[in-house]
Design a protein around this ligand. Structure first.
Ligand code: HEM
Length: 373
């Protein structure tokens, strides 16, 4: 129930509409919106077919960011240039690198939260997750930040995301100006980290991996746009699911995977049709838009939150698929493991207060206070 209310608070009209479309078949043509995909297998095929479906064409999510970030920031690139940049970035988020980032920057905020829980106090997991996501992004751009600066960093990302709705096809001049101003807070420090070339910073490592300054700053901005709210919104939802379903004893790995499926933090993906093709049985032609309703694709009839049951093979669609699949997932999962591990060490927990976030792109809690049961 908590999850449904959370979606309704974020998207009171779009969520019921999306669910309704989800019941109309695996692929549905919706006038004014595009061809909507509700089936995981079809979604994987579309996402892997980069000849017919692009992320940089009009109507794609990537194109939305081109006026803000320029044409070459990973999430709005296609073809050989995209492949080449992904190849250069392949060594960036290795297991050792992401563990080191998390151990370094999350230790202080997590220790503080643990002390409060141990003393019988309450911790707002929304604030904790935002601080942690902000700390990680500060580490990525090479900012040595205190907790207040980490929160400010997160708020910057929120300010940009707030300009976008599920229906947004193009940013207005004002939105572009706001996003550029806000992103200056990222690219400024990132440029200094690149110039310093310190391999202990992520931007410094990008320089080592052969990225030009423009590529490295673009990648840092892309990480900021895609990798803060997704992970921060997920963490409180994970703990709320464990509390609401009385499953705090679940095996952590299985619980996280099942919660990622159930919440699907990034609920839709967009593609522009670039060549005549079929989406399932529906014919599409260049200029049209495909909306992958990831959230619909990852529903399993009759199944709620069930970490212990065998998962249907959805190919981790919640992290995308094919060449544009989430490059930050090792960092996301390391962050989730660190924060959830610290909080759940004090299980059993109970939810003391919860508020749902309204007017947000990515559904989430505005407040989720927990304490030891
Ligand atoms: C739970 C957390 C996360 C979820 C659910 C998630 C989900 C996704 C999904 C679904 C895509 C594919 C979008 C598409 O094909 O249109 C994607 C791409 C991407 N993600 Fe994540 N993400 C998460 C965390 C992160 C983090 C922490 C980072 C970086 C630090 C990150 C960076 C990226 C980037 C740069 C792309 C674009 C890749 C490309 O276009 O080549 N993500 N993510």
């Amino acid at each position: 129930m908590g999850e449904t209310l959370l979606h309704l608070a974020a998207h009171p009209l779009a969520f019921p509409f999306l669910r309704l479309v989800g019941r109309c078949g695996p692929v549905v043509r919706v006038p004014g919106i595009g061809v909507v995909v509700n089936d995981a297998a079809v979604a994987h095929r579309v996402l892997r077919d980069t000849t017919a479906f692009g992320k940089s064409g009009r109507g794609s999510s990537g194109a939305l960011w081109t006026p803000v970030l320029g044409p070459s920031v990973l999430l709005n690139m296609d073809g050989p240039a995209h492949t080449e940049l992904r190849r250069k970035l392949a060594g960036l988020f290795t297991p050792a690198a992401v563990e080191a980032i998390c151990a370094d920057v999350l230790a202080a905020p997590l220790a503080r939260a643990e002390r409060r829980l141990a003393a019988g106090g309450t911790v707002d997991l929304v604030d904790l997750a935002r601080t942690c996501a902000g700390a990680v992004i500060c580490a990525i751009v090479g900012l040595d930040a205190d907790e207040a600066e980490c929160r400010r960093m997160f708020a910057r990302g929120e300010e940009i995301a707030a300009t976008v709705r599920l229906s947004t096809k193009q940013l207005s001049d004002r939105q572009v100006a706001t996003a550029r101003r806000v992103l200056g807070g990222i690219t400024g420090p990132a440029a200094r980290a690149y110039a310093a070339g310190d391999p202990s910073t992520v931007v410094g490592r990008m320089r080592e991996l052969g990225l030009s300054e423009r590529e490295a700053l673009g990648a840092a901005a892309a990480f900021f746009l895609t990798g803060t709210e997704t992970v921060a919104s997920f963490l409180p939802r994970l703990v709320a699911l464990l509390c609401d379903h009385d499953r705090q004893d679940a095996e952590p790995g299985a619980a996280v995977e099942e919660a990622l499926r159930l919440t699907t933090p990034s609920p839709v993906m967009l593609r522009a049709v670039t060549a005549a093709a079929r989406v399932g049985t529906v014919r599409v032609r260049p200029g049209q838009r495909v909306v992958i309703a990831t959230y619909n694709c990852t529903r399993v009839p009759g199944r709620g939150f069930a970490p212990e049951r065998a998962r249907p093979d959805l190919g981790r669609l919640w992290f995308g698929s094919g060449p544009h699949s989430c490059i930050g997932y090792p960092l996301a999962t390391a962050q989730i493991r660190a924060v959830a591990g610290a909080v759940l060490r004090h299980a059993p927990l109970r939810v003391v207060r919860r508020r749902y976030a309204t007017g947000v792109l990515i559904p989430g809690y505005r407040v989720l206070e927990v304490a030891r049961a």
